[in-house]
Design a protein around this ligand. Structure first.
Ligand code: PLP
Length: 424
């Protein structure tokens, strides 16, 4: 067949969009050339149901080595005792954990989606809200911070089988120790979903769930800057309802239960090309260069939140401890939907987002979520943040002025177009 120009022209167009625009979506990043190379490699051709050394297909010796490297690197990165790198996504990782730890109808206590949680933490539109009995905790209206008294109250009232600590739109630290105390008080399993801050956690720049939580899930494509995918981990040497230490029989049983929750429980053949790309990304994340990157992501987020507040924007919780922030646009008279749709015309990509105690629907929303992982990969520093916020502000303050939107887009092209991104 001739080269599929229809698709490759679109790939080229998307590449140019990524190069020229300002990528502020908090859950996105740009992988390195070697991560891309591994993800696009011949490993996509291989079936490898099972796990290294125990496969249901022949010819898996090489992919066994690849998957083992991915596991070993992830263990080193997160100081973990157990890792499963096969989940195709963060949602698949959560699905696998729930399927092993819960029975249909069991109660789960998660972070309210409209306060910052994720769909898979019990939203009624997701399997987690349909199959299980979801109850929620939220943030304090005045501070935007997690209300731990509410977490405790809900845990004692609802007796959940599992508590989920993790978020898609929360800019502050999680107190995993406190979550663990509450989980122990009611005999619940504590799951941390570190999908967003995993890169910061890997480099010790924000609180680490692994020493406190029974099970941890993550995506591999956000701050950790790998290919799209998921992962399940368990930490080392902590008391756990399944046994004393991971070496003990009960915990070993938990590792094999989790493995079977992924395959054959919820997935078939693993994506070994993606697992290879995960291994490359974990190798990169183990370097000091990645530490410098993550430090810069945090510095940029702090500078960006300050620049927004200086211009009168309402940053939920008054700042950020991590790589992202949530902006409540109600005092600007603009909805999240309007902001997202107009910013994209200037080639600034953000996503509309519910803010805590939002009075608008999830299709409209009162806020936008903004993050610095992608622009930091492009080399922007804290001194550039005022300019970046100036671009966003110019559009939001002139939401119907096409000439300002066009001018902003041209300035963004000038700023971003010359910055290196992909080599191939
Ligand atoms: N968990 C959290 C906290 C997330 O933010 C996300 C994605 O945004 C996921 C899970 C799901 O990841 P995926 O989109 O890979 O299914």
């Amino acid at each position: 067949m001739d080269r599929d120009t229809q698709i490759f022209d679109l790939v080229e167009a998307e590449k140019n969009r990524q190069i020229n625009g300002l990528e502020l979506i908090a859950s996105e990043n740009f992988v390195s050339d070697q991560v891309l190379e591994a993800a696009g490699s011949v490993l996509t051709n291989k079936y490898a149901e099972g796990y290294p050394g125990k496969r249901y297909y022949g010819g898996c010796e090489i992919v066994d080595e690849v998957e083992t490297l991915a596991i070993e690197r992830a263990k080193e990165l997160f100081n973990a005792e157990y890792v499963n790198v096969q989940p195709h996504s963060g949602s698949q990782a959560n699905t696998a954990v729930y399927s092993v730890c819960l029975k249909p109808g069991d109660t789960i206590l998660g972070f309210d989606l409209s306060h910052g949680g994720h769909l898979t933490h019990g939203s009624p539109v997701n399997f987690s809200g349909k199959l299980y009995n979801p109850v929620f905790y939220g943030v304090i209206k005045e501070t935007g911070l997690i209300d731990y008294d509410h977490v405790r109250e809900m845990a004692h009232k609802e007796k959940p089988k599992m508590i989920i600590a993790g978020a898609s739109a929360y800019s502050r630290e999680f107190d995993y120790k406190k979550f663990r105390e509450i989980a122990d008080e009611v005999g619940a399993i504590l799951l941390a979903d570190m999908a967003h801050p995993a890169g910061l956690i890997a480099k010790g720049l924000i609180s680490d769930p692994l020493p406190h939580c029974h099970i941890v899930t993550t995506t591999t494509h956000k701050t950790i800057r790998g290919p799209r995918g998921g992962m399940i981990l368990m930490g080392k040497d902590f008391e756990n309802p399944y046994g004393q230490k991971l070496k003990s029989g009960k915990l070993k049983k938990m590792s094999s239960l989790l493995n079977s929750g992924v395959f054959p429980g919820n997935q078939g053949g693993p994506l070994e090309h993606i697992i290879a790309a995960k291994a490359v990304a974990f190798g990169e994340a183990l370097t000091d260069e990645f530490l410098h990157y993550m430090v810069q992501v945090k510095k940029n987020a702090k500078a960006m939140a300050e620049a927004f507040m200086k211009r009168g924007y309402d940053v939920v919780s008054g700042g950020t401890d991590n790589h992202m922030m949530l902006i409540d646009l109600r005092n600007k008279g603009v909805t999240g939907k309007q902001a997202e749709e107009t910013l994209v015309k200037a080639e600034i990509t953000v996503n509309k987002n519910m803010v805590p105690f939002d009075d608008k629907s999830p299709f409209v929303t009162s806020g936008i979520r903004i993050g610095t992982p992608a622009i930091t990969t492009r080399g922007l520093k804290e001194d550039d943040m005022d300019k970046v916020v100036g671009f966003v502000d110019a559009v939001i303050s002139n939401i119907e002025d096409e000439s300002i939107i066009e001018k902003t887009k041209n300035e963004i092209h000038e700023m971003m177009g010359h910055r290196p991104l992909f080599q191939f």
